[in-house]
Design a protein around this ligand. Structure first.
Ligand SMILES: NC(=O)c1ccc[n+]([C@@H]2O[C@H](COP(=O)([O-])OP(=O)(O)OC[C@H]3O[C@@H](n4cnc5c(N)ncnc54)[C@H](OP(=O)(O)O)[C@@H]3O)[C@@H](O)[C@H]2O)c1
Length: 276
């Protein structure tokens, strides 16, 4: 495993995404992920799987300190008081006293950013999360958030894969000592017939998914959280630490970005940064 360092906190660059995994399928996949070696798990209040993940983690025999666990506060829980109560509920489901990273899931403006962010920080001050950050924030929103809360915001989790450039957001996170987490890193499976990626896969004797994940990890300040239900996918996505993409390979993948590459775009989402 390779790590990103945020202050004294080590974040495994490869995590396990769990959106759409619920019930027994979530239990099976998360157990398989831990057995494979994943130690970074991404969940959210809205995924309705915190209970299953808590059961798997607490029964795994793996020390809590060896797991990096992220959850996200849903849009209905952003008011001061409600946010803290929702995190207590998440911790109860996750069967732990703290998460490693707590994120605001989407930038909603019905509650002032200052109120949401101060509430988020109060959870950190109470020792219930080691790190705090946001998700789906644009550069303008990140700038506003950092101005309000200052240094402690360390992460923005955004959609990022070869078909979607995140250059403006990356420029911002890099210049503010934050790291970026790439969600939907495999473009939800919609990128598996790309000829450039196929040629790189053949060149390195790897799969297209492995090429994409390796490309993300070689950024150095980007973590990737692919989701997989199948055992074969869970294992093969982890098998990316034995090869290196060249400078030319990396540039060829960056060149695949398209203006219409975004997949997750709800009507109530922000006006995204233009980046390709
Ligand atoms: N913050 C946010 O707003 C936000 C939004 C979206 C996602 N996320 C997080 O990011 C995680 C990952 O994103 P995602 O679930 O949207 O999509 P993803 O990880 O890009 O893609 C998941 C899809 O790819 C397939 N897949 C996985 N490994 C594969 C492989 N080696 N070869 C071929 N296909 C493969 C999976 O199939 P199987 O499942 O059948 O194996 C599944 O259909 C989520 O689970 C969630 O934790 C966060």
């Amino acid at each position: 495993m390779e790590y990103i360092l945020s202050g004294s906190v080590k974040i495994p660059v490869l995590g396990f995404g769990t959106w759409k995994l619920t019930g027994a399928a979530c239990v099976r996949a998360t157990e398989q992920a831990l057995e494979t070696g994943y130690r970074h798990i991404d969940t959210a209040q809205i995924y309705e799987n915190e209970t299953e993940i808590g059961t798997v983690l607490s029964g795994s025999g793996i020390a809590r300190a060896d797991i990096f666990l992220t959850t996200k506060v849903w849009t209905e829980n952003l008011k001061d008081g409600a946010l803290q109560r929702s995190v207590d509920e998440s911790l109860k489901k996750l069967k732990t006293d703290y998460v490693d990273l707590l994120l605001i899931h989407w930038p909603m403006t019905d509650v002032p950013f200052a109120e949401q962010l101060q509430a988020l920080k109060s959870v950190q001050d109470a020792g219930k999360t080691r790190l705090i950050g946001v998700s789906n924030f644009t550069v303008a929103q990140l700038r506003e958030a950092v101005e309000i809360i200052g240094a402690p915001l360390v992460n923005n989790q955004v959609e990022y894969h070869p078909y979607l450039s995140q250059k403006p957001v990356l420029d911002f996170t890099r210049s503010h000592d934050m790291f970026l987490t790439a969600y939907s890193p495999l473009a939800r499976g919609k990128i598996m017939d790309d000829p450039t990626l196929d040629a790189l896969a053949k060149k390195h004797g790897k799969s297209i998914s492995q090429i994409i994940l390796r490309w993300l990890l070689q950024h150095g300040d980007v973590a990737a959280i692919p989701k997989a239900a199948s055992v074969a996918h869970i294992k093969s996505n982890f098998d990316i630490f034995d090869f290196v993409l060249s400078h030319e390979d990396v540039a060829a993948i960056h060149a695949l970005a398209r203006p219409d590459g975004r997949l997750i775009n709800p009507a109530w989402g922000p006006v995204w940064d233009k980046s390709a």
